[in-house]
Design a protein around this ligand. Sequence first.
Ligand code: AMP
Length: 192
Amino acid sequence: MNIILLGPPGAGKGTQARRLVDGRGMVQLSTGDMLREARTSGTEMGRVVADVMDRGDLVTDEIVIGLIREKLEAAPEKSYIFDGFPRTLKQADALGDLLAEFGQKLDVALELRVNDEALVERIVGRAREAVAAGGEARADDNEESLKTRLLAYYKMTSPLVGYYYAKGLYARTDGLASIEEVSKGVREKLGL
Ligand code: AMP
């Protein structure tokens, strides 16, 4: 089974993806995590994308499609949860092509529905919690970058809702409830 979790920044895609992974043997593919890893390990690509990420803009399609290709190529038979990918129509087409190339297909694109005010509170809260716990907030968890990320979502990513609807692969569930309740909704929609 291959699943996309769709939704704006702060919708809970990462949290829900991790819960699906636990105990199911599925693999979470988060391009955001891969890019952050590339930054901390000081790779050339990490240096190239650092400023773009901190601003809240999208990195190029070529870079993220390349990251996903590497993962799929290494283990095409696994079940994947795509979290934060695809974010553009070009990425969505590329994912369809890649899966087909490896004899796989997408089963569902599940949108976590939230409203924008709740999102801003969640993200600002996430940054405060990280600092309170003695850590550091994500460099892009600040209000300026958040606005850019939301705008990028509405300009570039939200058309994917119609794209997957037209392909008969779209489903949605409430992303505003408690983590437990959202999880339940996710499992129901996925028939898990
Ligand atoms: P995320 O952790 O998914 O919120 O991603 C953090 C940042 O990484 C985003 O704001 C983008 O700058 C970049 N990023 C992650 N995934 C993608 C993607 N699929 N396409 C373009 N940029 C991405």
